[in-house]
Design a protein around this ligand. Structure first.
Ligand code: PRP
Length: 202
């Protein structure tokens, strides 16, 4: 990704020359780790009797899902892993068509969750308009999957277009364009450890 630094004969690249201009830290890596530990403890305390299934909302929630997996492992909890994709973001919300929810392990995967023995934990990196979570909650409700909780690392303040309930939240943040911890700007910056504001114009 552009500018390179030499260290011990290894060429390292930095985020600084990717498109846009990185600005202030909104949530540091250390704060993220603290949020993850607290969120895992909440899951362990709130759903002690059920098998957890962490359902990553692709792609941005991959890092949080992995971090939660290990934090839960530290608490002696072994969640199942699943992932889903909500496609046609934008276009479908504006049209009459319902955005499609697709599970990585097969389109009938939700069927395994109907008996309520598992707690489906939907993992999101960020809640912005709230539409993605609305679509996912509606999907599960329509398929009679009721043991569902939502975990999100971040929720923007004051921009939700629909009423959305996040059961376990890391932090509320101002309405700025942020990258890092799975969040991208033009598919860049997902691996940035701190969540930072990106000014795309620079
Ligand atoms: C982002 C983010 C959330 C969603 C939140 O995903 O990861 O899933 O948008 O926005 P909303 O609350 O307005 O619905 P995106 O569609 O950009 O895909 P990505 O995760 O692959 O980056």
């Amino acid at each position: 990704m552009g500018s390179e630094t030499e260290s011990s004969g290894v060429t390292a690249r930095t985020f600084e020359s990717a498109p846009g201009s990185l600005e202030g830290v909104v949530v540091s890596e250390e704060e993220t780790l603290q949020h993850v530990a607290r969120l895992a403890a909440e899951l362990a305390a709130d759903y002690p009797e059920q098998q957890l299934v962490l359902v990553a909302v692709l792609n941005g929630a991959m890092p949080l899902t992995v971090q939660l997996l290990f934090a839960l492992g530290d608490l002696g909890i072994n969640p199942e892993l699943e992932s889903l994709n909500v496609d046609s973001y934008g276009a479908s919300f504006a049209s009459s068509g319902q955005p499609e929810v697709t599970f990585f392990s097969g389109e009938d995967r939700w069927n395994d969750f109907k008996d309520g023995s598992r707690k489906v934990v939907v993992v999101e990196d960020i809640v912005d308009s709230g539409r993605t979570i609305e679509v996912i909650r509606n999907f599960f409700a329509e398929h009679e999957v009721y043991a569902v909780a939502v975990v999100a690392l971040l929720q923007k303040i004051g921009v939700q277009e629909v009423e959305v309930h996040v059961d376990h939240l890391g932090a509320k943040i101002p309405d700025t364009f942020v990258v890092g911890q799975g969040l991208d700007g033009g598919e860049q910056y997902r691996g940035l450890r701190d969540v930072r504001t990106l000014n795309p114009a620079k």
